[in-house]
Design a protein around this ligand. Structure first.
Ligand SMILES: [Mg+2]
Length: 261
């Protein structure tokens, strides 16, 4: 009989997962801080880029993580050293050509490039409203046919990210766990949209989907891949962390947060 291992790392999305319901975000912060030295390694994995993610953490009052995985799994930042882990990003370069991607995608109808702050050398981000899975697959195969090893990730029926083939939140957290000597069966992951699916699908991970998780994610996960919480955003994540024994109980925040995040 396999033994259920203790959770050593918690990797969570931000928007719509830890953020989106300010009172619950504050409860998460309170509960996490009470965990002291016993708590798991904390990783925020977001589509946002590093500076933007840090700004959200400051505004929301969320605890500082140990690592940020930013740009939908394209960069890992070690908070203790303050820097990007280049060994990870170097794994993404093979077959990747950012300028070629931009040239190819720009010609598609109804597609517009996201603002500069959403772009970086391994992430080309676009707005493309209301597209089907088939549209996304067609675009991806056109890019691949042009000789670029890329993938298209579609979220919220609007946000399209073109990333190096191997870049996704799941591969990034896998790389980080190997780097830290932590098994995938010792982690909990959480997220609410399609770009989080790759984390839930890793062998052995335990997942939490908040009550507001989008159908595009739930369809991919089916019934068995995640704890489906009833609470929305951070309230659901807290539920899941209690379910997996990371927290014994939820500690309500003494003060409500100042902003409507
Ligand atoms: Mg999200």
């Amino acid at each position: 009989m396999s033994k259920i291992k203790k959770i050593r790392l918690f990797c969570t999305d931000l928007d719509g997962t830890l953020l989106g319901k300010p009172a619950a975000t504050a409860d998460f912060t309170e509960t996490w801080r009470a965990g002291g030295a016993e708590r798991p390694v904390l990783v925020y994995s977001t589509g946002r880029l590093h500076g933007d993610a840090q700004r959200m953490i400051r505004i929301s009052g969320l605890p500082e993580p140990d690592f940020y995985i930013t740009g939908v799994g394209t960069m890992i930042f070690d908070v203790s050293s303050g820097g990007m882990i280049e060994g990870f990003t170097n794994t993404l370069n093979e077959g990747w050509d950012m300028e070629k991607v931009r040239g190819l995608v720009a010609g598609w109808e109804g597609i517009t490039e996201q603002p500069e702050e959403q772009q970086h050398g391994w992430k080309s981000s676009w707005f493309w409203n209301g597209r089907t899975k088939e549209d996304i697959a067609t675009l991806e195969s056109e890019i691949n046919s042009a000789g670029v090893a890329a993938q298209a990730v579609y979220s919220s029926a609007r946000d399209l990210d073109i990333l190096p083939k191997r870049a996704n939140k799941g591969n990034a957290v896998t790389w980080l766990c190997r780097h830290l000597g932590i098994g995938l069966d010792e982690i909990v992951v959480a997220g609410d949209t399609g770009n989080d699916a790759s984390m839930f699908l890793l062998d052995g991970v335990r997942g939490v989907a908040p009550g507001n998780a989008e159908s595009e994610l739930l369809e991919i996960l089916g019934d068995s891949r995640a704890y489906a919480a009833s609470g929305h955003c951070a309230a659901g994540i807290l539920e899941g962390l209690v379910h997996y024994g990371v927290f014994q109980t939820i500690i309500p925040a003494k003060q409500q947060p100042p902003t409507g995040l």
